[in-house]
Design a protein around this ligand. Structure first.
Ligand code: BES
Ligand code: ZN
Ligand code: ZN
Length: 500
């Protein structure tokens, strides 16, 4: 956490340097002695002058093949915290930084990085951790106006959004369940005058035929719900809509196909997709909403449990779209709840649909736990969202939805199956293909399913199984919820809003 303060007497100086700044610096001798060349991310603390030098030299040669060409100032902020982690230092002054293009944004990212790397989930520690949670940050002489008011407002909005995301992911499955989440979201969103919140309860979901959601959640004592929060734009005349969908499994035991040893722990994070969208919505709400775009966030919350009331393999469900799905594995539950949420989203006739989900272990195996897998049915939307990730320094990579694999999610006695046929590789892609059936109203059966237009809605699916949660702490991230994706989606939405 951070607090921006007026410069005061006691503070540790942070001096950002590029290579060219080193030779003119008053401490040039000191810096040369340790061969400090201002390399990006290089840090060196000198206790006698209570100063941390941080290198920000980078090459601007961007190759089109680079996935992350932009230097990442957010992780630079994190490195500063890692440097001071085991010291008493918690008051920092940004004393010098080379002025350059977008300097205000750079500072915003560094401070956000400091704030998020120092945030920890300590609600359940009877003795609060000795690690510092708060950093006071001030600006040295002449640097006071370095951040624009807009960027400074956005800094605090993002900080709140990312913190909410991480808090939700970290909360225990007993405290955060499909019942309690309603109260949690109410207290987070009800005070924004342009936000509305609608909940569909179990009976209502049954009545409108959302069996994808009701089947997955019915084995739990907490019955599933669908939550729909809308954030109106500042300009109320506008009609452009975007739907954000987040997987909201408050716990995934695997169900009857129960997870084996070691695979169940941390499955409280299986609502990471919904938490990501919560973070995005919180940020936007703090900023008063977008200018022209109405943002809808739809998440089904369910707990995948084992009981005599659980759904099971061989069941055939009828989804909201009318398409039927034979269950081959109850642990492939996310795509069933998402299917209904996605089809529901199409009934609002949005310009774009984006979903985020901790959907597959296959995605982690394919692209590592650090990357978000980006898939979709619209090249321009995929490109725009991927670019936002690159610009925000968040790792994401586009993976295809190959038509050649589509037959592997088709059923023999049902329209679809919820896994892929045995022997099929790349489970993240087949999961994505499965989802694609539910944003395409050509597949919907009859008028009763809220059909508006026979078309596939432009849609992107983000598999965040790996990127939303960090299993062990490193210099750049604390362990647990990462907050990954909030900055990128906010940045994409703000860019989109400008075009409207
Ligand atoms: N929630 C899991 C995916 C997951 C795994 C997220 C590890 C984060 C870390 C999902 O519901 C799941 O269990 N998927 C199965 C699908 C399979 C049964 C087709 C998987 O990936 O193994
Ligand atoms: Zn599962
Ligand atoms: Zn799951």
């Amino acid at each position: 956490m951070i607090q921006l303060i007026e410069s005061q007497s006691h503070h540790t100086k942070i001096i950002f340097l590029k290579n060219e700044n080193v030779k003119n610096h008053e401490h040039v001798k000191l810096l040369e002695k340790i061969d400090f060349k201002g390399k990006f991310g290089q840090t060196m603390y000198f206790p006698n002058i209570d100063t941390l030098f941080v290198g920000i030299e980078y090459k601007l040669e961007v190759k089109s093949s680079d996935i992350n060409a932009k230097p990442n100032y957010y992780t630079l902020g994190a490195k500063i915290v890692a440097e001071f982690e085991n010291t008493k230092i918690n008051s920092l002054e940004i004393s010098a930084i080379p002025i350059e293009y977008q300097i205000s944004k750079i500072i915003q990212q560094i401070i956000l990085g400091i704030s998020q790397r120092s945030w920890q989930f300590d609600k359940y520690l009877s003795k609060k951790s000795s690690l510092k949670k708060y950093y006071d940050i001030s600006f040295g002489e002449g640097l006071g106006d370095i951040m624009t008011i807009a960027d400074s407002k956005e800094l605090f909005a993002l900080d709140k959004g990312i913190t909410l995301n991480r808090m939700l992911v970290e909360e225990t499955p007993e405290a955060l369940n499909p019942n309690s989440i309603q109260k949690i979201l109410k207290s987070e969103f009800q005070h924004y005058s342009n936000a509305t919140h609608e909940i569909l309860n179990f009976d209502q979901l049954e009545a409108i035929g959302m069996e994808g959601i009701t089947a997955v959640g019915r084995g739990s004592r907490f019955k599933p719900i669908l939550s729909h929060i809308t954030l109106k734009p500042k300009n109320q005349m506008s009609t452009s809509k975007v739907c954000l969908i987040g997987k909201g499994l408050t716990y995934d035991s695997g169900g009857m196909d129960i997870k084996t040893e070691g695979h169940m722990r941390t499955m409280k994070m299986d609502m990471g997709g919904s938490a990501l969208m919560a973070g995005v919505m919180k940020t936007l709400a703090e900023l008063g909403g977008l200018e022209h775009t109405e943002v809808h966030w739809i998440s089904a919350y369910a707990e995948n449990m084992v009981s005599d009331n659980s759904y099971k393999s061989d069941d055939i469900l009828t989804t909201y779209s009318g398409q039927t799905v034979e269950i081959w594995n109850t642990d492939a539950e996310g795509r069933l709840t998402l299917a209904d949420a996605l089809s529901y989203a199409t009934t609002f006739n949005p310009k774009y649909i984006v979903d985020a989900a901790t959907l597959t272990g296959a995605c982690i195996r394919a692209i590592s736990e650090y990357y978000t897998g980006v898939m979709g049915n619209d090249k321009d939307l995929i490109d725009d969202i991927s670019r936002a990730f690159v610009e925000q320094g968040e790792l994401a990579v586009h993976t295809p939805l190959p038509e050649i694999l589509r037959p592997s999610v088709k059923g023999e006695i049902s329209d679809l199956i919820n896994t892929s046929l045995p022997g099929t590789n790349a489970g993240h892609l087949t999961a994505g293909l499965f989802l694609s059936h539910f944003v395409d109203q050509n597949n919907f059966r009859g008028d009763k399913y809220g059909k508006i237009e026979n078309k596939a809605y432009p849609w992107v699916h983000l598999d965040i199984a790996g990127s939303s949660y960090n299993s062990k702490k490193n210099d750049l991230q604390t362990d647990g919820a990462t907050g990954h994706g909030v900055k990128s989606l906010v940045s994409w939405l703000k860019g989109l809003d400008l075009q409207n």
